[in-house]
Each structure stands twice: as C-alpha cells, then as structure tokens.
Design a protein around this ligand. Structure first.
Ligand code: UGA
Length: 443
C-alpha cells in the first residue's frame, strides 16, 4: 500500500483518488479551489457521479483520504498523479497552464521531500511530448533534481467515462504507462499490478506514444459516432429502414464491435469535442492531413442542425410553439451539460422563437447556469409535457425510457415525439402519436 497524492480533484482526479483510497492506499488530494475542498471534506461530491458519495464517505471514515489546497501535504509520497484540467485554447490547441502550475508546485515539494523516489504521473489529457518537453523540465528546474535519478516521471492517460468513472477505474480495459526512465515505468506497473491483479492488461511504452494513445482512442470513438450518424441520415431517406438494425448487424462483426454505434444528436461532453479539435491542431502542425478528423467534427456539428430541421418538418412553423425537451446533459447519468447537444438544440430553437420547457433528472442546475431564464424548468417530465406540441428526447435517461405512449397522450396538446436517442420502440407509438426518430423512416 502506497502514499499517493492526486493534484486536481475534478471528475477524473476525485474518482481515481477514491478508488485508490478504498483499496487501502493513503491518498491526499489537492485542489486549488478551497470551496471544492470544503465540499469534499464535508463528504459531498462537487458533481454527480454514480457511487461517488458512498466512496467518498467510506474513504474519509477509514482515514484513507484527506484533501487540502496546500501542496505541502504532498511531502513523502510514492506517487503524485497530475489530474488537472486541460481545456482547449481558442486556436484548438491544449491549454497547459494548469499542468504547468501544478508541475511547478509539485517540484517545490518533491525538492523538499527527503523520501525517494517519488514518481510523478501525468494523467491529465495532454498532447504528445508534453510530459517530456514541458512537465519534465519544470519539475527538474524547480526541484533542482534530476528525473530518473532523484524522482521518476510517467504519462498514464485515463479512459474513464463520466458517470461511470468509479466502475471504469476499478475495471479498465487497459492501463497505459509511458515512461522515459525504466525504473519509473516498473514502479508504476508494479503498483497497478498490485491494484488490478497480475492479469491486468498493461501497455508499456514511451511517454509520447502513451499521450497519443489517449487521443487516438477518443477520436476513434468519436469517428464511430459520426459514422453511424451518417448512416442514420441514409436510413431516414430509405423507406422502412432503421439505423438500429444496421448498427446491430455491423456490430456483430467482431472487427467492428457493438459499442459506440448508437446514432443520436451527436457527441458532446468535455472530452470528445475538445480532443478531436486538439488532435486536428496537433496533426496539422506535424504536416499530417486532418481531413478525416474534420469530417468527424463537421458531421457532429451538422447533427444538431439536423435535429432542428426535423423539428421544423414535424411542426411546420416553430415560432410560438411549445416544445418540451426531456434531457439536458450530454448523455445519461451525469449532470454535465458541457457541449451538450441538448443545449445547442435549445439555443437554435429559441432563435426560431419556440417556447421551450425542459426537464432533466440531474442537470437542471447546470443547464440554468448556461440558459438562464430563456426557458421554463419543470419539476417532472409530466409537467414539462403539459400542453406541448412536440417532445424531443435529447438524453437517454432511464426514467424517460419508462414513459409510455399514454404518458404523452394524456398531457400533450398535439402529441408528437422526436426521439433523438432512439429509446422507444416506434411501433409502440404507431397509430397513437406522431413519432420520428434519428435514423428511422417509418413505412
Ligand atoms: C469519453 C470516453 O468514452 C472515455 O473513455 C474517456 O476517458 C473520456 O471521454 C475522457 O477523455 O475523459 P465521456 O465524455 O464521459 O467519455 O462520454 P462517452 O460515454 O464516451 O460519450 C461521449 C458522447 O458520445 C456523449 O454525448 C454520448 O451521448 C455520445 N455517444 C456515445 C453517442 O452519441 N453514441 C454512442 O454510441 C456512444
């Protein structure tokens, strides 16, 4: 069992920290936001993540997790993970300011620490060469020590999904470790082997390749989504066809695989949109053609417009119509609305003067921060549907999947459903309501 520091208590940092702690490691979390620290110290999660509150309270009560805003608590660690945010700059490249400042602050404590060796682990999503060309020099300069001699350094990207981050931390498909000095790589691999068992799939490589793997992974998944969304548009023009059948069939080809073939309103969130952009900028700077990645991005942007055009077709005139939106988060099981297709569709419909009423089980507060009073917020899906002429399903929350045609018919003015997530069986609605879905042309 190890002493572990985790710098940056966002989604990735906090979930990783608590999973390490709940297996008996002593974990110290650092975050510069004192408000966030006090929320966490009080046993509350600063964001919604399944099982996080339980994990947090167990870790605190067992004395395996503490957190503060003071880097001095990171003295004498075995590992210090950097999990700070890496948003995009306006030009599409990655903003590394938090990685730089975290590295500098870490350097100052490892400089004072007598214990050796601490391995600093870059878990934040950073473009290739960041660990070697930016983090390493900062650590060496401010600690006045040498990497590979007095401290170690690894790149160790994560593949956690928001909403599922605890589960994904406990059962990853793979662990990717990039290292320049072999001792650091071996140390971190030994830690993960003890954490996951000896049959865990650990990929050992250099830091640049490890950093690239993160982008290659996310952009491939985004590509799958834009691909199936394009097939969905073909289905919509092909009598009687359904993208779900196509996805089911091609997914059975083991070379393709069944996951990430759900057509919908496009990908959102804090990762895919940002990572596709960052890889475009990175590849272009290397002189590599980025046509494929641009296509992925363009299809995704068009998908929002596509939903809006479906609305126009269903309602003919959008102006003044009451439209209910079920789901605001960029996917189910999270309260995150960053780059959410739901928010984008709402903004477009508002520009067409629709009257929008929304309901989401978790994301209302965060949506209000973005949309303010431009829309109505309902306490339940039933109330959101009241007197409306169109219901658009934007997020695949379980509670929406449980709604029956009668739930819509009972309260809507003219029941029409646009299922962008394809959570319903269209045949259940046949002859009862007007029904349309992404990737669907009803006979
Ligand atoms: C994504 C990756 O899945 C994680 O492996 C990665 O670690 C993470 O980014 C990250 O870089 O931190 P996340 O953004 O939480 O995770 O969400 P996903 O579950 O991947 O979904 C992303 C978007 O794609 C959502 O808007 C979702 O609705 C959409 N999606 C997903 C589809 O439209 N169709 C699908 O079949 C799957």
């Amino acid at each position: 069992l190890r002493n572990i520091g985790v710098v940056g208590l966002g989604n990735v940092g906090l979930c990783t920290a608590l999973c390490f702690a709940n297996k008996g490691n002593k974990v110290t979390g650092i975050d510069l936001s004192t408000e966030r620290i006090s929320t966490i110290q009080n046993g509350k999660s600063p964001f919604y993540e399944r099982n996080l509150t339980e994990y947090l309270n167990t870790a605190i009560s067992q004395g395996n997790f503490s957190c503060s805003s003071n880097y001095a608590s990171l003295l004498n660690m075995d590992f210090i993970f950097i999990t700070v945010g890496t948003p995009n700059l306006v030009n599409g490249s990655t903003d590394l300011s938090q990685v730089r400042s975290a590295s500098k602050s870490i350097a100052k404590v490892i400089g004072r620490s007598r214990e050796f060796p601490v391995v600093v682990v870059v878990k934040s999503t950073v473009t290739p060469r960041t660990t070697r060309k930016i983090v390493k020099p900062i650590l060496e300069r401010y600690s006045k020590m040498k990497m590979g001699v007095n401290f170690g350094l690894c790149a160790n990207p994560e593949f956690l999904r928001e909403g599922n981050a605890i589960e994904d931390t406990l059962h990853p498909d793979k662990v990717v470790i990039g290292f320049d000095d072999e001792r650091s790589g071996k140390e971190l691999a030994a830690f993960y082997e003890s954490f996951y068992g000896s049959d865990s799939k650990i990929i050992l490589t250099n830091t640049e390749t490890a950093e690239l793997i993160k982008y290659a992974n996310n952009v491939f998944l985004a590509t799958k989504i834009s691909y199936i969304n394009t097939i969905a548009r073909i289905c919509e023009k092909l009598r009687g066809s359904d993208v779900k059948k196509v996805a089911q069939a091609i997914g059975l080809d083991s070379r393709i695989g069944p996951k990430f073939l759900e057509a919908g309103p496009g990908y959102g969130g804090s990762c895919f949109p940002k990572d596709v952009k960052a890889l475009i900028t990175f590849a272009a700077n290397l002189g590599v053609s980025t046509e494929l990645f641009h296509a992925v991005e363009n299809v995704n942007a068009e998908q929002v417009e596509h939903v809006v055009s479906m609305v126009s077709r269903l309602l003919r005139r959008v102006k003044g119509k009451k439209i209910s939106i079920l789901g605001l988060s960029f996917k189910a099981d999270t309260d995150d609305v960053r780059e959410s297709p739901a928010i984008k569709v709402i903004e477009r419909l508002l520009s067409l003067n629709a009257k929008i009423t929304v309901y989401d089980p978790k994301a209302m507060k965060r949506a209000r921060e973005v949309l303010g009073d431009s829309i109505f917020y309902s306490p339940s899906s039933r109330e959101a549907l009241m007197d409306s002429e169109l219901c658009i399903i934007m997020t695949e929350w379980k509670e929406f999947t449980e709604l029956k045609p009668t739930d819509f018919i009972a309260v809507m003015k003219r029941p029409t459903i646009l299922d962008t997530r394809r959570i319903y069986d269209p045949w259940d609605f046949q002859g009862k309501t007007k029904f349309a879905g992404i990737g669907l042309e009803l006979e």
